[in-house]
Design a protein around this ligand. Structure first.
Ligand code: ADP
Ligand SMILES: CCCC(=O)OP(=O)(O)O
Length: 355
């Protein structure tokens, strides 16, 4: 019997929705959220009903009967560090998504919405390869401050999906390759995939890598400490400067790279400089991961929404192309990867992991 699934993929700047019959996509939709739209909500959990309504409206518009679904799958969020795999949205997992045990990010809503909609029609709900998949080697955890270890928070689902897609296209096993995967979405993560394990990665949320459309990335720590103790900001206000209002939002007032391109076309020199700084920071992250892999790199893979941006891709080619050949997979393979993760469990090929 075939399995019909609803896939819910909340990102920081978008909500992506797909309906599959087994591995066949019946329809999909990407709804982009502007900085102003997101700014109306005080917290991620406050966005739940808004994002749920978008999903229900889309199903209605497509005249799709929700009761024909056998499973709902959501992108997995800021849980405890865990191995990759498909997890049932248990009560414990749901509670941790609501709290956001490693922080607040739109992906927390994936499992919450999947469970809520699934419960309403009496079917199971799952998450797959959440953003906290942790395969770091011990030396990657060092930051220089023992109380502040580096953590693995990244686009695990898509990084793994595109890495496996590249391996398949080459007729090679993912586990036999060394790859640097660069995901550029609302957040940016650059990971070192050493023979099937992401042994080091720049944390995409509040870590030490490049800035992104809505995040600051790594900043000078002395200046940050002074800002925190200046008395000018609450903890929440400082965090917002780094996650949400940082990066392109702070420099150019938008989280949309197509707006940045328009600004540059209209002669905005500052916007052009910000984009060049972004390209250089991402290229520097690629260089770091090249050292993690000791220079033995089969391929660099560039993916995420910004991989559609020809100027950014050309800039990365210019600055990092000497390290290894580059393959570009614009957008992401996340909807299919989520559907496949649930299918493996529904078809009995794999057991759901227990959180
Ligand atoms: N065709 C395109 N050209 C340039 N940039 C794009 C294009 N499509 C999406 N983007 C940019 O990609 C970013 C969002 O990437 P995406 O992977 O969809 O993010 P998220 O999943 O975090 O919401 C935005 O800055 C958006 O403007
Ligand atoms: C929290 C890590 C993943 C991430 O940054 O996703 P988005 O780019 O969708 O915000």
């Amino acid at each position: 019997m075939s399995v019909k699934s609803l896939i819910i993929n909340p990102g920081s700047t978008s909500t992506k929705i797909g309906v599959f019959e087994d591995e066949t996509l019946l329809f999909e939709e990407t709804l982009r959220h502007s900085t102003e739209e997101i700014a109306q909500y005080a917290s991620i959990v406050d966005q739940k009903d808004f994002r749920k309504q978008i999903i229900l409206d889309l199903l209605k518009e497509k005249d799709f009967d929700i009761h024909s679904l056998q499973v709902i799958v959501g992108r997995g969020g800021m849980l405890k560090p865990i191995p990759g795999g498909t997890y049932a949205v248990s009560d414990e997992l749901l509670a941790d998504l609501k709290v956001g045990v490693q922080g607040q990010h739109a992906s927390n809503l994936g499992g919450i919405l999947a469970r809520e909609i699934a419960d309403s029609i009496g079917v199971p709900s799952y998450i797959v390869d959440p953003v906290v998949v942790d395969e770091l080697m011990p030396i990657s955890r060092y930051s220089g401050v023992p109380e502040l270890p580096r953590t693995s928070v990244f686009h695990a689902l898509n990084q793994k999906a595109v890495a496996k897609r590249y391996a398949k296209e080459q007729g090679a096993a993912y586990e036999s390759l060394n790859l640097i995967v660069v995901h550029m979405g609302g957040g940016v993560s650059v990971g070192a995939h050493e023979q099937g394990r992401v042994v080091d990665v720049f944390n995409a949320l509040d870590g030490d890598g490049a800035f992104s459309p809505e995040r600051a990335g790594g900043v000078p720590s002395g200046a940050l400490i002074k800002m925190c103790f200046s008395g000018q900001y609450t903890e929440k206000e400082v965090y917002k400067k780094f996650v949400g209002a940082g990066g392109f939002n702070a420099y150019s007032g938008t989280n949309d790279m197509r707006d940045v391109e328009k600004m540059v076309q209209n002669g905005d020199e500052k916007a052009a400089e910000v984009r060049e700084a972004f390209i250089m920071q991402v290229a520097k992250d690629i260089g770091s991961m090249a050292c993690v892999l000791k220079g033995k790199i089969d391929q660099i893979i560039i993916t995420g929404g910004i991989a559609y941006d020809k100027v950014v891709v050309a800039g990365l080619q210019e600055r990092a192309g000497f390290i290894a050949p580059i393959t570009v997979y614009p957008g992401e393979d996340e909807l299919l990867a989520l559907a496949q993760g649930a299918l493996r469990v529904m078809n009995g090929e794999e057991k759901a992991m227990v959180y």
